[in-house]
Design a protein around this ligand. Sequence first.
Ligand SMILES: O=C[C@H](O)[C@H](O)COP(=O)(O)O
Ligand SMILES: C=C(OP(=O)(O)O)C(=O)O
Ligand SMILES: [Mn+2]
Length: 433
Amino acid sequence: MGPAQQPSYPDQVAVEAAVARLRTQPPLVFAGECDELKAKIGAVARGEAFLLQGGDCAETFAGVTADNVRNKLRVILQMAVVLTYAASVPVVKLGRLAGQYAKPRSSDFETRDGITLPAYRGDAVNGYEFSEDSRRHDPQRLVDVYNASAATLNLVRAFVTGGYADLRQVHAWNTDFVRESTAGQRYEEMANDIARALTFMKAIGADPDEFHRVDFHSSHEALVLEYEHAMTRIDSRTQLPYDVSGHFVWIGERTRQLDGAHVEMLRHIQNPIGVKLGPTTSADDALALAGRLNPDNEPGRLTFITRFGAARIRDGLPQLIEKVTAAGVEVAWVCDPMHGNTFEASSGYKTRRFDDVIDEVQGFFDVHRSLGTWPGGIHVELTGDDVTECVGGGELLDEAGLADRYESVCDPRLNRVQSLELAFLVAKMLRQA
Ligand SMILES: O=C[C@H](O)[C@H](O)COP(=O)(O)O
Ligand SMILES: C=C(OP(=O)(O)O)C(=O)O
Ligand SMILES: [Mn+2]
């Protein structure tokens, strides 16, 4: 059997041309930046920091606009401020962006009104539009992924170093519709406190550079092997291979086979990496993955992103953590409270209940607390816009409301208010941890 979840390209010559083009492109990230992130995730593994990883389920080429990128960054910055301030824990900020264009699917095909076509596998592979032409797998899209990622990352770098992410802007991030929400008002009060503290620090002569810029890194699922291979380069400092398409890459629930091509690829790169672990993962599976992917037990190298579902996390997670901890394995534990909680609404929309998301995070914190281990972070699908994709939350979105503004091309994301609500709830859990 070949590698799981790969495109099937009709024209091998076109694949080679795309790969050749990618190989000549400059890296999107530097190996040294990957090392810095690895050190930060090492702090997460030690219980000294908390990881906030968030962004779209699937980015789209059409979504590479200044507004869209800024809105996503802004909600992540707001969430990070809430977590840092309300829980007094350093937050490692990791975007699920600038490369998150390829999707694994449960089915290879999609049928609408009696017509069956290849499933949409992300803009990296084919088009969302339901036509034969658009759904054909096209390797030129891998070059488009590179360009879209470069544009996104360039803008993100400008925002985080150029003043937009300055902590003194903490009020300015709380704009638009979010301001009117309960979470937005709560944020406003917190921003007042922070602004006062900053004024005080300035008055006593302290105005550190750290307030002006933030550290922010990129991540995506390493799915299409042609792309990730073409973007893997030998670092001139260390002579070791890094996947320079993003700082952090992970493999998903559907591609984490121990003897599979994705594990093999991740094994060789020096980036910090993640593996999604679903409810069927045994403790021995987790140990075997750690042995294969992090044989030197390097802190920060490996993150386990658990996605059990709210109904299963309290029963399933303890044995995993117990055995991994007993074996002395260095790992950061992160909770993805999204992918185990997806269901189809009667209207046909894929959705998730905000309460299930919260319940899974609470279960994750409860399990870690009872075992004396560190709940290292959350991995969430979110957007900075006012979409209607997940039901519940303070604005009480119901299933009938999903149609109002459902924009995701794959999984339902938390909207900006729901994301901020999540941050306040997680900050409370962190305080208690
Ligand atoms: O994030 C992604 C989805 O969970 C994954 O692509 C599977 O979705 P599907 O079951 O709709 O194919
Ligand atoms: C496909 C995803 O997750 P998982 O591999 O956990 O199903 C995802 O993160 O979008
Ligand atoms: Mn998803």
